[in-house]
Design a protein around this ligand. Structure first.
Ligand code: FAD
Length: 413
């Protein structure tokens, strides 16, 4: 039987970063996952660290909503069978998507987002993995007048919050990314945003650093979590592990462990897909590019150009439906010369999302010694390390670097 100060359940970017911060703080830590670190949601993302100012939002224009409803929208898809279960969440998401709420969310998320790149820089340097980091920003593209007119309030808020942005007419944007076709009117270069060329390798490097600092990385089943002899216990392939504190960082699988304990928070998943492509000829992409109205991104990765999709509302464990990437592919090919696909199958993952676009970071109500870190939605890669810092500060009784109240589970009442 191993005894540690803390067990972290879930070795995605969030759990691994928490384990690393706890280990740096001097705690003995066990990082437990049924798979190897980083192989689920944290594998397949777009690799962007940082984000635009507004979170993703429920469509407000009727024409756009109709396109989604008719399954003609490239940016979103849904399973009819899942709608009754996801409807209350969608209503809450819609309520959180007014301009006022989007601005409020941007402000509440700013303390985390403002440190996202710096926290990764520190951990990447300590893990000897700086080579994965790229500091060329991200480009968001706008095709229509409607998209451009919706942009100005977001850009005004970006300026107010001190976010480094550069607005470009299409020709200036094409100077930054010459392989793009001029199918858009304008672009914003988010200059403070960074990106990584291999998200899986980043989580693996952080997990290796946990081990180098004396932590143990184990294969185990989170659902075996229980109270035993006044401590928390979980079964692993190396036998049971005990600890006074447990962090649940199971991303979209967190409810599997939390719901049976009576902590039922309103999480939904936005599933997403990716596939890698070769670039045709001498085409190059220097940074991730996001086609805002069509909800997809193209990101240069070690494996090729990664095409990632928008959101699919479906049950987490329902079979993948390849429709969405199929709708997006011709639009992406008209923007950038994508060649052969690098693999036969699409990858699918599930973004763990709360309707207010904020994660839960903090205590599990009513369960002493149980801590939560999940629901990072579209920005979990960005916020893994800063979540690790904040939670370690909370668990160790230090003064947290920011007010954690906006991320508390208690906000759901
Ligand atoms: C298409 C797409 C694009 C994205 N792009 C970006 C981006 O550019 N930037 C960004 O910041 N974010 C992005 N995201 C979001 C980001 O990937 C997620 O928010 C993040 O990976 C969530 O990390 P996590 O550690 O919470 O979850 P996960 O990475 O899913 O980790 C959870 C872990 O729990 C383990 N687990 C589950 N159940 C059990 C169990 N019973 N026992 C033991 N272990 C278990 C799993 O094996 C897994 O390793 C994107 C997501 C998608 C889908």
């Amino acid at each position: 039987m191993a005894r540690t100060d803390a067990i972290v359940l879930g070795a995605g970017i969030v759990g691994t970063s928490i384990a690393l911060h706890l280990a740096k703080h001097g705690a003995s830590v066990a990082l437990v996952d049924r798979r190897a670190p980083g192989e689920e949601t944290s594998y397949g993302n777009t690799g962007v660290i940082g984000s635009t100012v507004y979170p993703s939002a429920f469509p407000r224009r009727f024409a756009k909503l109709l396109r989604v409803a008719l399954k003609r929208a490239p940016e979103a898809n849904y399973h009819v069978a899942a709608l009754p279960r996801v409807l209350p969440w969608l209503m809450a998401f819609r309520a959180a998507s007014t301009p006022e709420h989007l601005a409020e969310t941007a402000r509440l998320m700013r303390p985390l987002m403002a440190r996202a790149v710096a926290e990764h820089e520190t951990l990447l340097a300590e893990a000897g993995a700086e080579r994965y980091l790229r500091h060329d920003g991200v480009l968001t593209l706008y095709r229509s007048d409607a998209a451009l007119s919706a942009l100005w309030t977001e850009l005004a808020l970006a300026v107010e919050l001190g976010v480094a942005i550069q607005f470009h007419e299409a020709d200036r944007a094409l100077a930054l990314e010459p392989s793009l076709a001029p199918v858009f009117q304008a672009a914003v270069h988010w200059r403070d945003v960074a990106s990584v060329t291999n998200p899986l390798a980043v989580t693996r490097a952080y997990a290796a650093r946990v081990a180098a600092l004396g932590g143990i990385v184990l294969q185990g089943e989170a659902r075996s979590l229980r109270r035993a002899a006044g401590r928390w216990r979980v079964d692993t392939s190396e036998g049971p592990v005990d600890a006074d504190a447990v962090v649940i960082a199971l991303g979209p699988w967190t409810p599997d462990v939390l719901d049976p304990r009576g902590v039922k928070l309103p999480l939904a998943v936005k599933r997403g897909y990716h596939r890698h492509f070769q670039a045709r000829g001498n085409a190059m992409l220097g940074r991730p590019v996001i086609d805002v109205e069509n909800g997809y991104a193209l990101a240069p990765m070690e494996q090729g150009i990664r095409l990632t999709s928008g959101a699919e509302f479906a049950d987490r464990d329902a079979r993948p439906t390849p429709a969405q990437l199929g709708r997006v592919l011709p639009i992406a090919q008209a923007l950038f010369p994508l060649g052969e696909a690098a693999e036969a199958e699409q990858w699918m993952g599930s973004r763990p999302c709360f309707a207010d676009s904020r994660p839960v970071i903090g205590r599990a109500p009513g369960h002493p010694g149980l801590w939560l870190a999940y629901g990072h939605g579209h920005v979990g890669l960005s916020l893994g390390p800063v979540t690790g810092r904040l939670l370690t500060e909370m668990m160790s009784g230090a003064v947290p670097f920011c007010d954690p109240a906006p991320y508390a589970a208690e906000r759901f009442g």
